[in-house]
Write a protein that binds this ligand. Sequence first.
Ligand code: CP
Ligand code: NVA
Length: 305
Amino acid sequence: MRHFLNLSDAGPDGVAAMLADALDRKAARAGWPKGEVDADAPLAGHVLAMGFEKTSTRTRDSFDMAIRQLGGTSIVMDAGQMQLGRGETVADTAHILSGYVDAIMIRTDDHAKVEELAAHASVPVINGLTDYSHPCQIVADLQTVIEAGYALPGLKMAWLGDGNNVLTSMMEAAGMMQFDIVAACPQGFMPSDEDVALANGRARVVGTAKEAVEGADIVVTDTWISMGQEHADTKLAAMMPFQVTSELMADAKPGAKFLHCLPAHRGEEVTAEVIDGPNSLIWPEAENRLHAQKSILRWCFGQIG
Ligand code: CP
Ligand code: NVA
């Protein structure tokens, strides 16, 4: 059984296979109507159930379109529509859904819930974001970086702002795919030592934004207030020196590119000038969620990697 709860579940070879597959399949259907099924329909007859205990635009729609383009169909459930939200256990939910569908994707708060779902499901379980990690996002991000002409080994990435779930998965990716990541986060919002250790010596945490972007090929940030967190003016104030501005981008490598998983808050973690500027990769990054989800699904079913 192949679950995808973190990038390490696939390992470097699995992630490399996903990236190659996503790039190939994207090219193979360039210009096609979005609803047209891929020529080989590799997941014909398969059903993906998606459960959302938090809101989503990209993850929801990209997974829905991903399974359709692979020849399958989906069921989407929001928190308020599931008995899970009224106290039915995760384990019972895993057993029930395993009898109906071929794979389950879930977005939730506590990472332990995804682990419990996987422990009791007899079909693949995919982590569509938890408070701990967001591995699906990172497959799309790496695809975007490769499309922009970079090789992952030796790449220099800078992370600015909150030491959050997306950073955890990016740290894990750095260790697996051999790129370097320097994170600049304010006191109290730094990644844990365990998260840094995921990068296998390829991650550093520094105290200023300028230090982080020095020599960076790619500059990445994310919202300062993640889903489920209280809006706190003190946190926003602490984050302000880590805002990605044009001045900061000028301190990175010439031509450095900008990534953001979205949704974005212009004027907070990044200025409009940067995120809407010529070096921003946010639109291909968001589109690649679709192509990456397809390769994640195919990996879960043992078709690649
Ligand atoms: N980046 C991302 O996961 O977006 P959604 O919250 O819209 O799914
Ligand atoms: N860190 C953000 C990512 C959103 C895709 C959050 O958890 O809300």
